[in-house]
Write a protein of this length. Structure first.
Length: 708
């Protein structure tokens, strides 16, 4: 038995218990003490009938399994409709009220993120059955009090695209909600489609019903023959029904045979608030499910006369897990319920325990004896990632179809088809397997001998929430200083409003790792974004100094120039703080003008921004220039390091990989630098552009820009 502090535990239990009395209910469970714990359950009211019957089933199993035990736990569920206006106030009250031991739900990922914020300060246990936002799970990974019973939508997106690939589709498009839930898909869709060999069509994030209607019509007009697919990710039942109505309208307008891309839908569609109201005749999709081997789906069908829908099996497991953990907390002396849940899901003593009543009875008996049985539920074996406990490692998805409003499950899927061992964290660390190839025999251009080196560093954001862009710029500045650049040869452009920002809990400090060095020392910021325009930057890079622009790039035809830019990006566009944007054509024009004016020998441009591949494409054709980007033209780049105390991302993944590779070997070849970045940039494809006009990337090295 694990060492604990029993007197603290019993004080805690006494404060939380609503009832603690001898069992004289006449329920046949025998004498003993029953402690009742109040649990807040936040689920959509439009599906309440289904949630209630699943919960009652779980509670019946829990009561039955403890019959005859001298000490038993009972759950008192307090329901809240998350579709009501006061759901958030209720969640805040439950988070602060010690009489609630835990909150289960909400289902909606946006609501779940808010609930997690409310539970954070007090560490209130929050069990999320099917809130699958990747960002939510990343932010609260390792928090110790947020328990996700499904993998993030990285997995669901991958499996939806796999279904498209197996169906013979050539091109895939995405229509997703512009919120936490949809962001999981818009962030990963292009990356995963590329990995699977699919062509990426449109990637659209909608905000309004009209956005959905326009996108649906656009897909109809731009559709290929039979080899296109549309992945639809609605945030709500209302959004799903907007798409359905527009499809019916389009079919009526066609007045005959109507073809539309293969529709693959996310789990929100697989609910009782959507399926009975659909009029279009063919939908297909995925939803988190009980494992087929558990038998839960078959028993549910027999018990209720219809298949379980999205989230119901996970609610069943959430209540079962909570009951086990409360029994363990009473017995073992865990300091908190979160500690007891961790112990419960980590126990691996003996054979696995199923959800069936007799197996559960044996599990409760073993818990009460101080053992750590190998527990599991209807959705799997409750194995959480060891490092962060962000979510379970094994999520089964049902592949469902809906014909004329009638749902049916075709098959069950997971990321590996059997053991289902790909976790959220493993997905975040998924290394790219497809990278660009280069010709080792490519002839080099003829360059003059190198004389000097210059650098331009741009942190493209000016607000606190985008801390990472200026922090990465400072990290690059310090890297250049370590490699021999003095301030007269570095043009540093950033807003410089982090170190003394009132939100900064580390006054005077800027860093890119939670335990990293302070980068804000001996820094010379030449220009703030708010003080100059991109037109001014053009003059600076072309050496056109003035009283207002005293610091310029003074390079000549024998000098190398390295430029690093980190900020927000969109298709063929980079943000200039809050003041405007810069196009790929603008950047090409500047570098082209520098070439024509003899302002560089070689020019290396490293760019960390979403959709930065579009900038690389725009710059192709300029002699002596090579561009390395964090992402291809169709995908966002990803933040990497987070400081949980400040609640901020400190760095971007590509920049970290880029700088780490240079710190390890400043003379690394461009080819090896590219492959290192490609392998270690999480969630986007690092790319390299204009190699043909630059030279052999096997023989050209970073030593030309950084010295030895």
């Amino acid at each position: 038995m694990r060492a604990g502090r029993p007197w603290l535990v019993w004080l805690f239990v006494a404060a939380l218990a609503l009832v603690s009395c001898a069992d004289d209910d006449g329920d046949g469970s025998g004498g003993g003490t029953v402690t009742t714990y109040k649990v807040a359950v936040i689920m959509p009211g439009s599906e309440q009938e289904r949630w209630s019957r699943v919960a009652e089933w779980a509670l019946e199993n829990i009561d039955y399994a403890q019959a005859g035990l001298p000490r038993r736990v009972r759950l008192d569920l307090v329901w809240q409709d998350e579709e009501s206006a006061d759901w958030e106030a209720f969640a805040g009250q439950a988070a602060d009220d010690e009489s609630f031991v835990a909150i289960v739900g909400p289902k909606n990922s946006v609501h779940a993120r808010r609930a997690a914020q409310l539970c954070q300060s007090g560490g209130k246990t929050l069990i999320l059955p099917v809130a699958t936002s990747t960002e939510l799970q990343r932010i609260y990974a390792g928090s110790g009090n947020v328990w996700n019973l499904s993998q993030s939508d990285i997995t669901q997106c991958e499996l939806l695209l796999t279904q498209a690939r197996l169906a013979g589709c050539r091109e895939v498009s995405l229509l997703a909600s512009d919120d936490d839930y949809g962001k999981s898909f818009t962030d990963w869709f292009a990356f995963q489609a590329t990995e699977l060999g699919l062509e990426v069509g449109e990637v659209a994030a909608y905000r309004t019903a009209d956005d959905i209607r326009l996108a649906v019509r656009g897909q109809a007009m731009g559709m290929g023959a039979y080899d296109d697919a549309l992945v639809f990710v609605p945030s709500s039942a209302a959004d799903a029904l907007v798409l359905d109505a527009e499809l019916v309208k389009l079919r009526g307008e066609a007045g005959g045979v109507f073809y539309y891309p293969k529709l693959l839908c996310s789990d929100v569609m697989f609910s009782s608030s959507v399926l009975p109201h659909l009029s279009y005749d063919m939908y297909e999709g995925l939803a988190p499910s009980a494992t087929p081997e558990s038998g839960f789906n078959s028993v549910y069908q027999s018990k209720f006369g219809e298949p379980p829908l999205s989230g119901e099996a996970h609610l069943f497991d959430a209540l079962t897990l909570l009951a086990y953990a409360l029994a363990d907390m009473e017995t073992d002396g865990a300091a908190t319920l979160n500690d007891a849940i961790l112990r419960t899901v980590s126990g691996r003593g003996g054979v696995g325990v199923s959800w069936l009543r007799d197996d559960m009875a044996a599990a409760f008996a073993r818990i009460r004896s101080g053992a750590e049985p190998n527990l599991g539920g209807v959705t799997g074996d409750w194995t959480f990632d060891e490092r962060t406990h962000a979510s379970v490692l094994n999520t089964t998805y049902c592949n469902w179809v809906c014909l004329d409003g009638r749902p049916a499950v075709v098959e069950y899927l997971s990321t590996d088809g059997s053991a289902r061992t790909i976790s959220t964290v493993q997905a975040w660390e998924w290394q790219t397997s497809q990278t660009e190839s280069f010709d080792p025999s490519q002839r080099d251009s003829v360059y003059p001998a190198i004389k000097d080196r210059w650098a331009v560093v741009v942190g493209g954001s000016d607000d606190w929430v985008n801390y990472r862009h200026q922090a990465d710029a400072l990290a690059m500045y310090q890297l250049l200083r370590r490699h021999g650049y003095d301030d007269s040869h570095i043009i540093l452009v950033m807003e410089d409003n982090l170190a003394d920002n009132p939100n900064n809990i580390y006054p005077g400090v800027v860093k890119v790792r939670p335990d990293g060095e302070n980068l804000y020392h001996d820094v010379c910021v030449d220009y703030r974004l708010s003080d100059i325009s991109f037109s001014d930057l053009r003059d600076i890079m072309l050496g056109r100094g003035s009283a207002r622009l005293p610091e310029v790039v003074g390079s000549g035809p024998q000098d190398n120039v390295i430029m690093f830019w980190c900020g927000h990006g969109n298709a063929n566009s980079l943000a200039w703080g809050s003041y405007g944007s810069v196009s790929g054509d603008d950047l090409r024009s500047v570098v082209g003008a520098m070439h024509d004016a003899g302002k560089y020998r070689k020019f290396f441009f490293a760019l960390d921004a979403c959709y930065s591949g579009t900038i690389g494409e725009a710059c192709e054709g300029v002699p002596g220039l090579v561009v390395m980007t964090a992402a291809n033209p169709y995908e966002p780049s990803k933040a990497d390091m987070k400081d949980t105390r400040m609640g901020l991302w400190l760095s971007n993944g590509f920049t970290r990989a880029f700088q780490d590779a240079i710190y390890a070997n400043a003379a690394i070849s461009l080819r090896d630098l590219y492959y290192t970045c490609a392998r270690h940039t999480v969630g986007s494809h690092a790319m390299m552009y204009n190699v043909e006009r630059y030279g052999n990337v096997f023989r050209n090295t970073m030593a030309e820009f950084l010295g030895q």
